[in-house]
Design a protein around this ligand. Structure first.
Ligand code: BG6
Length: 511
């Protein structure tokens, strides 16, 4: 289904940075190759670097390592045409001075390239510059919509705490209307995350069971095998809770928890997500925080003969850092649907593999008829694999052929890869296209971001202000500290894909 994308200009702030080359330009190239870009479209990169249009084209298109693979299927003329969409404007040292030249350049490109005054600004600078840029754009008359629309995409992190997120919302809203602001969370661009909505609301078999009467607990794991790589400086001030949990994982939680929206309009969906986030039970006292949160750091280890550094030895990380690279949180949702159903969410770097999955654990049948079934403690599960091997798996009991009623676990599965004809868009590709078309469904609204921070703030306070003395270590390449098992003990164990699986589960390809 193709919607209309109006002619427009994309102005990227922080264009010499990694995100432009790594994510934005490859996403734009895919849109270009699929003929999804409008007829008149230009990209104006800006940053503090001194570059010409030609330098910029070389850096982000022609010589880019990130585009090499995609360009293999392109001929020279096609690549040249793509590169010619890119222009560059040096914005001076402080991002605060030269908006007159920017306005002139935008005006000139708009006239020459017929982009009809429609401009999308993409903020991919350090977050402390977001407000300054918005203010300067507004003062230069570059945010008014009397001649074409103006939109502002804001990269994460959006705030550092509830207070800073509120201040940032307020600061941006002084210069841009909320309807012009698109807060990006790339997890919402993932096809499988969006599929959570479809699984729940386009089928009549799941929703009747999607509540406290049938669901025992919900488990979400986000594991990465990489460490902090070259981002130690950023990560050490952020940590797993801010970097992954406050945004990506709470977005997933909101889609699991939310009530059915009345329709698929952006505000209808976002209203329900906000309501869901507001119903998370905030942990306020130290005992609750102690019993329901665990943090840890990866320590050096030997992974298949290779010595991997511990977190505190990483580049730009404080040797005495208390920043967590593992976070596991147990919480409840205070509403009619979810009362007393525990949610267990964990995220970490340097785990054995890269995987994100949601596991809905269903309750056992109230009355067990098949006493020798051998199926106790093997309740029905719905596993939604966000990445990799995107798909869905249902685990249910079947009779083992032969005498008696021995029950075994069987799997019903679906893989996205089996939809051969479907092109699964990369998250940035999908999100850029949506914003270009003015669809904010997959972007976070101001109140959504604030509700997420409201839940996270007390945990951060507990962890960071000397109230929690526990900081566990876990060897790189393992599933986190042993203590995190205690958090979920009442329910059994964490589903560590590839581990802890009973014999009948091992044959599952999704595992
Ligand atoms: C980013 C975090 O938002 O998401 C990174 O800053 C993390 O630390 C990344 O590695 C994970 O994204 P994905 O799409 O690879 O799961």
């Amino acid at each position: 289904m193709k919607r209309k994308t109006e002619n427009q200009m994309l102005v990227i702030f922080g264009a010499s940075g990694d995100l432009t080359a790594r994510k934005l330009v490859p996403a734009l190239y895919s849109l270009y190759a699929e003929d999804q870009l409008p007829e008149h479209f230009v990209v104006l990169g800006t940053s503090r670097s001194d570059m010409t249009d030609a330098d910029f084209r070389n850096q982000v298109v022609l010589e880019s390592d990130y585009l090499k693979e995609k360009l293999k299927n392109s001929d020279e003329a096609k690549t040249k045409k793509f590169a010619e969409m890119f222009f560059y404007q040096d914005l001076g040292e402080s991002y605060g001075v030269d908006y007159a030249s920017l306005r002139e350049r935008v005006g000139q490109l708009n006239d020459e390239k017929r982009t009809q005054g429609n401009i999308m600004y993409y903020l991919s600078t350090p977050p402390r510059l977001y407000e300054t840029i918005a203010k300067n754009l507004a003062e230069a008359g570059l945010s008014t919509q009397n001649n074409g629309w103006k939109r502002l995409i804001v990269e994460k992190p959006f705030g550092y705490s509830l207070e800073t997120a509120k201040a940032l919302n307020q600061g941006l809203q002084e210069h841009f209307k909320e309807s012009q602001i698109y807060r990006i969370d790339h997890y919402l661009g993932k096809e499988t995350v969006q599929n959570l909505l479809v699984t729940r609301f386009a089928n009549s078999i799941f929703e009747p069971l999607w509540n406290r009467n049938y669901i025992k607990h919900v488990e979400i794991t986000n594991a990465e095998s990489v460490g902090v790589e070259k981002r130690g400086g950023y990560y050490d001030k952020s940590g797993a809770l801010r970097d992954m949990f406050q945004n990506h994982l709470l977005q997933i939680v909101s889609l699991i928890v939310m009530e059915p929206p009345i329709g698929d309009e952006p505000e209808e969906i976002r209203d329900e997500k906000v309501k869901a986030l507001k119903s998370l039970r905030i942990m306020r006292d130290e005992k609750t925080l102690h019993d329901n949160t665990i943090r840890a750091q990866y320590i050096a280890s030997d992974i298949q003969g290779k010595i991997v550094k511990g977190y505190r030895e990483e580049e730009d990380v404080d040797a005495e850092s208390t920043t967590e690279t593992f976070a596991a949180i147990k919480f409840f949702v205070d509403n009619w649907r979810w009362k007393d159903v525990p949610f267990y969410v964990r995220t970490a770097k340097r785990m054995p593999t890269k995987v994100t999955e949601v596991v809905i654990h269903f309750k056992s049948p109230h009355h067990q008829i098949f006493k020798e079934s051998g199926i106790q403690n093997k309740d029905n599960k719905l596993i939604i694999r966000i990445q990799p091997d995107e798909g869905i798996l249902i685990k249910f009991g079947v009779k083992v052929p032969g005498q008696g009623f021995k029950v075994e676990r069987a799997n019903l599965d679906f893989y996205y890869s089996s939809l051969m004809e479907a092109h699964v868009m990369e998250a940035y590709e999908r999100l850029l296209l949506d914003a270009m078309q003015g669809d904010a469904t997959l972007y976070a609204r101001a109140d959504e971001v604030e509700a997420a921070w409201e839940f996270v703030d007390p945990i951060l306070d507990y962890w960071q202000n000397g109230k929690d003395v526990r900081m566990y270590g876990y060897p790189s390449g393992t599933w986190g500290p042993r203590n995190s098992d205690e958090l979920i003990e009442g329910e059994g164990y964490w589903r560590n894909p590839g581990e802890n699986l009973t014999d009948d589960e091992n044959y599952c390809v999704l595992c």
